[in-house]
Design a protein around this ligand. Structure first.
Ligand code: FDA
Ligand code: NAP
Length: 449
């Protein structure tokens, strides 16, 4: 039988990337401000230690947001968990300022996230994968308790905990081209460094990278630099890389106020956000990386070597194995001419799908309200709209692009969003305490952590 904790948490966060880390800090700061009692919170992360897209921590890759859009500053500019506080603690504040750069490397931002998570680690369990969320068996929805099943490697039959609210923040889901399966020589960008480090570089004489987004451009640059003996093919669906628009007016769509404009706007307003501003984030590349790649291609021409090849207006339609080779099927140009490319490794930097909590929610899905397009209806405070009898809160950090706009999958607004979710949980908790105790049936016991 699963081990069950007796404690009922006010909130359990599923996944501990930057979004829920920011929430853990918001809850901690709320408590230490002395306004109310402590909200009992626990965060569960399936990785064995903190890691933020580790397989894309390529040398010289930089952040795509200002360092001031850290875990806290837009919510609480005086927080001790800011990037500036981290720099100060690391003894690097003057040097950082001398750099005169708003965009730290991803490596440095990762160090910041690790520093911040260490300060709330008493609320986190690593190596703990949540496999389902459901109502407590035999309980009515009004009892406001959810049961989470967890696999943590320590308890063969699993572990069970209960909570009044969940905040699901399990991240983006890697997307492969149709008809393409991953294997030891066909990788998605989300597993890139791990796969690359386990491969003998001398076996990589011809490599191909699919996609025209930031991941593809960074990996192409990395492979070209790391494998001087190899030909590097870049398979791009466009004519050339398009630049990510991060100019000031366009950047306003990532402001906290833009969430209200999107959420309370009409369908036409929301459509305009996408039509005009998709190029701030999707299938686009930072100017500096585009220029780096062009420079390398030009230097090739000067040397007459042409190691870097761009297959433009080209899409991957399938992959098969032929001996040791990976044979990639390509559709080229406006006439969709079919061609093949043999390579030693194929990296699909083909993007991600939005966060999808349906699998975790299981039967609870029946209580969640969907719109005419089949998407979850979400309250402004990021709570899934549910049948009124379900009193537990199911909050989403991610997967809310259709309701809250482009910041849903990004870091830009996490400080403010986490603050809004923390406020909502605190207010609901206060309402429950004011309403008095609810009778809870006795349960079979387990161990108390
Ligand atoms: P994130 O994906 O970071 O974390 C989710 C966590 O949930 C993971 O740690 C996962 O292991 C865990 N998990 C999943 N299922 C679980 C389960 N069932 N049980 C327990 N744990 C589970 N955005 C931006 O604004 N600026 C930037 O510079 C970048 N840079 C960037 C680089 C790269 C390479 C990518 C792919 C993406 C970005 N992004 C970005 C966008 C990115 O979505 C964002 O930076 C954050 O990762 C969002 O944080 P989350 O915590 O929401 O998800
Ligand atoms: P992305 O922007 O969605 O780009 C995916 C690319 O793959 C698109 O160009 C897409 O073209 C192409 N593609 C998909 N299927 C294809 C096929 N069958 N054949 C050829 N091309 C195909 O994904 P991403 O580059 O991984 O970026 C995702 C997020 O991570 C973004 O927010 C990005 O900013 C972020 N990121 C940040 C950093 C950093 O901080 N340094 C690094 C990497 C990524 P179509 O659009 O035509 O389908």
């Amino acid at each position: 039988m699963s081990q069950r904790e007796h404690h009922i948490y006010d909130v359990v966060g599923i996944g501990f990337g930057p979004s829920n880390l920011s929430l853990a800090i918001a809850l901690r700061e709320h408590w230490t401000s002395g306004q109310d009692g402590e909200v009992s919170a626990l965060f569960l992360e399936r990785q064995s230690s903190f890691g933020w897209h580790r397989n894309m921590l390529l040398p010289s890759a930089t952040m795509q947001i200002s360092f001031l859009k850290d875990l806290v500053t837009f919510r609480n500019p005086t927080s001790s968990y800011s990037f500036v506080a981290f720099l100060h603690a690391s003894g690097r504040l003057p040097q950082f300022v001398n750099n005169q750069d708003f965009f730290p490397t991803r490596e440095e931002f990762h160090q910041y996230l690790e520093w911040a998570q260490a300060r709330v680690a008493d609320r986190v369990r690593y190596g703990a994968e949540v496999t389902s969320i459901r109502l407590v068996p035999g309980a009515t929805p009004e009892e406001d308790r959810l049961r989470l099943e967890i696999e943590d490697g320590e308890h063969p039959a699993g572990r069970v905990i209960e909570t009044r609210n969940v905040v699901v923040s399990t991240g983006l889901v890697p997307s492969m081209p149709e008809g393409t399966e991953r294997d030891e020589r066909v990788w998605h960008s989300s597993e890139f460094l791990d796969r690359y480090r386990r491969t003998d570089p001398s076996a990589l004489r011809r490599v191909a990278v699919v996609g025209a987004g930031q991941s593809a451009a960074e990996i192409t640059r990395f492979l070209y630099d790391e494998l001087p003996h190899a030909e590097v093919y870049s398979v791009i669906p466009s004519y050339g890389y398009s630049v990510a628009d991060d100019t000031p007016f366009a950047n306003q769509i990532f402001d906290p106020a833009a969430v209200d404009d999107y959420y309370f706007g009409t369908d036409e307003t929301r459509e305009a956000f996408w039509r005009y501003h998709r190029n701030t984030n999707y299938s686009v590349v930072d100017d500096e990386v585009i220029r780096d790649l062009y420079r390398r291609a030009y230097d090739d021409e000067v040397r007459g070597t042409k190691r870097l090849q761009f297959l433009n207006l080209t899409r991957v339609t399938g992959v098969k194995r032929v001996g040791a080779e990976t044979r990639v099927s390509l559709q080229v140009g406006p006439d969709a001419e079919v061609r093949e490319l043999d390579c030693d490794a194929l990296v699909c930097a083909t993007g991600y799908k939005g966060m999808e909590p349906t699998g975790l929610l299981g039967a609870l899905e029946g209580y969640c309200v969907r719109d005419a397009a089949g998407r979850y209806r979400i309250e402004r405070d990021y709570r899934v709209v549910t049948d009124p009898e379900l009193r537990c809160g199911i909050y989403l950090q991610g997967g809310t692009e259709h309701s809250h706009g482009l910041t849903s999958s990004l870091l830009s607004n996490i400080a403010v969003r986490s603050g809004e979710i923390a406020d909502s949980i605190v207010a609901r908790r206060a309402g429950r305490i004011a309403a008095g105790p609810v009778a809870v049936p006795a349960e079979v016991g387990g161990d108390l952590l």
